[in-house]
Ligand binder design. Sequence first.
Ligand code: HEC
Ligand code: HEC
Ligand code: HEC
Ligand code: HEC
Ligand code: HEC
Ligand code: HEC
Ligand code: HEC
Ligand code: HEC
Ligand code: HEC
Length: 426
Amino acid sequence: MVCRGAKNALIMVALSCCLFLLAAPGLPAQAKNSCINCHGLFDPPLGINAEEFAGSIHAQKGLLCTSCHGGDSSSDDMTQAMGKAAGFRGHIERAQIPALCGKCHSDAAYMRGFNPSVRTDQLSQYQTSVHGKMLAKGNSHVAVCIDCHTTHNIHPPNDPRSSVYPANVARTCARCHANAEYMKDYKIPTNQFALYSTSVHHEALAVRGDLSAPTCSTCHGSHGAAPPGVASVERVCSTCHVFQQQLFDSGPHKAAFGAMGFPGCITCHSNHAIQHPSDGSIGTGNTAFCVRCHVEGDAGYTAAAGMHAGLVKLDGEIQRSEEILKRAQVSGVEVGQTAMALTEAQDDLTKARVAIHSARPDAVDQNIQAGLKVTDKTWQAGLAAMKELKYRRQGLVASIVAIVLVLIALAFLIRKIEAPKPGETK
Ligand code: HEC
Ligand code: HEC
Ligand code: HEC
Ligand code: HEC
Ligand code: HEC
Ligand code: HEC
Ligand code: HEC
Ligand code: HEC
Ligand code: HEC
């Protein structure tokens, strides 16, 4: 009650301020929005940041406070502006929000009038999501439109100010999904954001600005957000990693994982904390994925060891060639052609690393052997370049010695010519 009284007093002070300002002479006349004039003076939750709202897509496209709340924005009189007669709708319950936004956003004819490319399936998609289904059952903890988009500061997704701009999405979802207190009634982990923040995808998107890397909503859907489920995980990854998917499908793991109820890609790579894999991820070492299932003596274990050895061998050969070619180049021997050829071996190594997804040693070995053939040649070429260098150096020393000898001989000759002949006088 005390609280209520204090609140009302504050409101009255603010209100008189507001009315004073409105009555002040000399203020420029502009298209009247009494809602902003008054609510712009309050603190949240009643306060609206007038500048923010003016920058939002809705205000930019000419929508008013009354587009969502009803009422009469031409009147300074609270009771009229926010009157029942003017169709005013005050506080909007969370459960009503999807329908409010959907009233316009599901109306294709209306939306086309503003922007023909904007989709109109958000509400219908939302109703299929875990959020939408739980909201329909009366749970208002789940995300509704304004939790992801904000209420009065909405921007299109390609605007960096938007809460759903790709680089901002993870933080938007994390407001709930990383908040253990908020999520305490649910049986799901709250570590997705923390894990994702360590991932190659986060690094690509947020650190390197590569907008083609996935954030939460890329894998889960934005409006249809749901866990992908075993069957569709691969489809999620393969929208971007097509070759790995094709190779995985062509090999023995596809059926074997299926029988065990394991999803494809994430059984090895995990879902949220995906790291840069390396040649150590395959084989029988303790960083290898393979030893989680394969044990010494089985065919997969033997194959894993073989594939690892092949990758390491080719990688070593490439480095050996690179080093010798660099030494030659620094000393001025022309090795550009050979260095170019070496990139082919690098390509073969990349292909071999992708080919491991088939779990077929022969497919990997094919690329390894092709690469080794190239490194064999580049190594020989490197050796030849070093030989030439040695030869050139020997030649250089020989010519310097020869020149010095000639100079000495010349000096002798000159002295001999200039020396006074016997009997000659100066
Ligand atoms: C002269 C000041 C003034 C004007 C003009 C005004 N409001 Fe309000 N509004 C208030 C005050 C004070 C409250 C809080 C008291 C109350 O709940 O009645 C409020 C409450 C609200 C609420 C919350 C209602 C609730 O149930 O909690 C909304 C939404 C709102 N106003 C929107 C509008 C809109 C839209 C307009 C323009 C059509 C508008 N207001 C015009 C002062 C104003
Ligand atoms: C796109 C629709 C939309 C527009 C346009 C809009 N609002 Fe709102 N507004 C909402 C929704 C939805 C909520 C409920 C948010 C919540 O529950 O947190 C809300 C909440 C509010 C509240 C908080 C009161 C409360 O507790 O519910 C006030 C005050 C308010 N709006 C005033 C305004 C004013 C003033 C404008 C114009 C500057 C405006 N709104 C424009 C959708 C809109
Ligand atoms: C009175 C109709 C109306 C209501 C209600 C409405 N919107 Fe909009 N909204 C629009 C219009 C018109 C646009 C501008 C479309 C454009 O030109 O891109 C828009 C744009 C948007 C955009 C940017 C789309 C884009 O890519 O350009 C988002 C996001 C958005 N609204 C979310 C919401 C949310 C969330 C709500 C509910 C709180 C809501 N809208 C309520 C009419 C409405
Ligand atoms: C769980 C978070 C989340 C919820 C809930 C959500 N959105 Fe979105 N919304 C996004 C994300 C992320 C994007 C950008 C990526 C995309 O377009 O899918 C987006 C994009 C949009 C766009 C722009 C589409 C376009 O084609 O440019 C509109 C409009 C929109 N949402 C409206 C809504 C409406 C209406 C609701 C409620 C029915 C809603 N959103 C609920 C996350 C959400
Ligand atoms: C307002 C808080 C809130 C926001 C914001 C939010 N969520 Fe949720 N989300 C929830 C709650 C609560 C659940 C219900 C938990 C459950 O499934 O039992 C949920 C469920 C989910 C589920 C289903 C989990 C499961 O296995 O049952 C997924 C997936 C999900 N959210 C993804 C997202 C994504 C992606 C975003 C951002 C684009 C997002 N959420 C934003 C509150 C939120
Ligand atoms: C690269 C794709 C990808 C990205 C990015 C991603 N997820 Fe997931 N997420 C998955 C997969 C796959 C699952 C596991 C589904 C299964 O096992 O059925 C999952 C599971 C979940 C679940 C269910 C509970 C759990 O932890 O298993 C929630 C909630 C969730 N993710 C939220 C998020 C949020 C929030 C983000 C962003 C911070 C995010 N996800 C980013 C793919 C992704
Ligand atoms: C929207 C596209 C997209 C989706 C979906 C996607 N990724 Fe990625 N992924 C990328 C991009 C972009 C990179 C960064 C490549 C780079 O580092 O240059 C990447 C990197 C990776 C890497 C590291 C590659 C390296 O060279 O170190 C792995 C492993 C990976 N993703 C696995 C997955 C898995 C598993 C899934 C499904 C759960 C998945 N990705 C879903 C786009 C995607
Ligand atoms: C049996 C374990 C396993 C499975 C299943 C698996 N991967 Fe891999 N993946 C690896 C290993 C090991 C590497 C590292 C290869 C290397 O660098 O030597 C790798 C590397 C990658 C890379 C980095 C680029 C490359 O190919 O070297 C991407 C991207 C990738 N995997 C995506 C996927 C996707 C998408 C799926 C599902 C279709 C998948 N992986 C399934 C083990 C697996
Ligand atoms: C989640 C468990 C799991 C992981 C992790 C795993 N495998 Fe397998 N793999 C299997 C199962 C199950 C089979 C089929 C039964 C069998 O032959 O052992 C199989 C079969 C194979 C085969 C075919 C063997 C044959 O019979 O010809 C090869 C090769 C293979 N795996 C290699 C690998 C390599 C390499 C890795 C690491 C990059 C790996 N596997 C990781 C479970 C796994």
